[in-house]
Design a protein around this ligand. Structure first.
Ligand SMILES: Nc1ncnc2c1ncn2[C@@H]1O[C@H](COP(=O)(O)OP(=O)(O)OP(=O)(O)O)[C@@H](O)[C@H]1O
Ligand SMILES: [Mg+2]
Length: 322
């Protein structure tokens, strides 16, 4: 019988993923200069959430994604998944739980293998189902990504870009991941094909509760799919908010610049406290803060994600003004 008076911790209320204070550096050039590809950045993804990560080329999005996937060593920081800190060497189960889908579906598939062979190989390697059930599971996975089972006999060359990307997604789903990272997964596809893949991702979240980290340059696409969005600039997360809040009330100068650069989204609402010449914001505790434009050489601890509202719906990187 359960007679504990301890408050019950509802495990489902914890974020699925919490990447905490991640820093990744690379030595570049002959003089071995240190590049902070990701600088003290945190990102948290709730269960069943589609979380967007946007920012210009080179801002560190893929590097952060690789850290989350366990493919990139860090200088500091932790990746916490389901409440457990993932170590340097992940278990098979931990590896299966986070899967990545990349931009170019053609490069991700072996042109010599049929779709069936590609998916069956993963099912066999990871011992997901018994040998006798592999063919059935291949068919189920094709159904999941809305492709006819007849494609199981096809080679990547016989398929369109969108169909190939569906196969790549099916292969990622074969190991039953809880988090799917789509790194520019629709960027190489035609606009009409992009919509199909985006609807598929939304379906996977709605029907199968797969959480998704959706990385993209295209802010219109991000707006159509994401629940929350983190904006990255020069290795730092500079703003994080729910989709509607971010698009209607962008605070960080970089976010505003990014949104203003998209004609279909432009025409940002005027905010009384968002005078560009005086970007100071008032925090819920009454303190004044300045959303900073990142300086790559500034020490990480001068960067604090400030919550802009008591419900913690909106964060911006800022320093408290004196
Ligand atoms: N293996 C590496 N060695 C050296 N520098 C690297 C390496 N990988 C990434 N970088 C650098 O780290 C920075 C961040 O790169 P990253 O690929 O994470 O950016 P990104 O935001 O994904 O860009 P894009 O939108 O073009 O994909 C860039 O300056 C990049 O040149
Ligand atoms: Mg990238």
């Amino acid at each position: 019988m359960e007679n504990s008076t301890e408050p019950r911790i509802d495990a489902d209320k914890r974020p699925l993923l919490d990447a905490q204070n991640i820093t990744v550096t690379f030595d570049i050039g002959k003089s071995h200069e240190t590049l902070f590809a990701v600088h003290n950045s945190s990102l948290s993804i709730n269960r069943g959430e589609i979380h967007g990560l946007v920012g210009e080329s080179g801002s560190g999005k893929s590097t952060l994604a690789r850290v989350i996937c366990g493919l990139q060593p860090t200088v500091s920081g932790n990746v916490v998944f389901n409440g457990t800190v993932l170590g340097k060497h992940r278990t098979k189960k931990e590896k299966q739980a986070i899967q990545m889908v990349f931009q170019d579906p053609f490069a991700s598939l072996d042109p010599r293998m049929t779709v069936r062979a590609t998916i069956a190989e993963i099912l066999r390697c990871h011992r997901i189902v018994e040998r006798k059930d592999i063919d059935n599971r291949c068919r189920e996975l094709m159904e999941l990504v809305q492709l006819s089972p007849s494609f199981l006999n096809a080679h990547p060359n016989d398929m369109s870009g969108g169909q190939r990307q569906r196969v790549v997604i099916a292969r990622a789903l074969a190991v039953n991941p809880q988090l799917l990272i789509a790194d520019e997964a629709v960027a190489s596809l035609d606009v009409s094909v992009q919509a199909g893949i985006i609807n598929l991702l939304i379906d996977l979240r709605d029907k199968y509760h797969v959480s998704i980290l959706f990385i993209a340059h295209n802010l219109a696409v991000v707006r159509s799919i994401c629940d929350r969005i983190s904006v990255m600039y020069l290795g730092r997360i500079v703003e994080e908010a729910s989709r509607d809040e971010l698009y209607s009330n962008p605070v960080h100068p970089y976010t505003r610049k990014l949104l203003n650069a998209v004609p279909s989204i432009g025409g940002l609402p005027e905010k009384p406290n968002q005078n560009p010449s005086n970007p100071t914001i008032t925090l819920p505790n009454g303190k004044q803060a300045i959303p900073e434009t990142p300086n790559p050489t500034s020490p990480a601890d001068t960067w604090i994600m400030q919550s802009l509202d008591s419900s913690h719906n909106h964060y911006v990187a800022a320093t408290i003004s004196q």
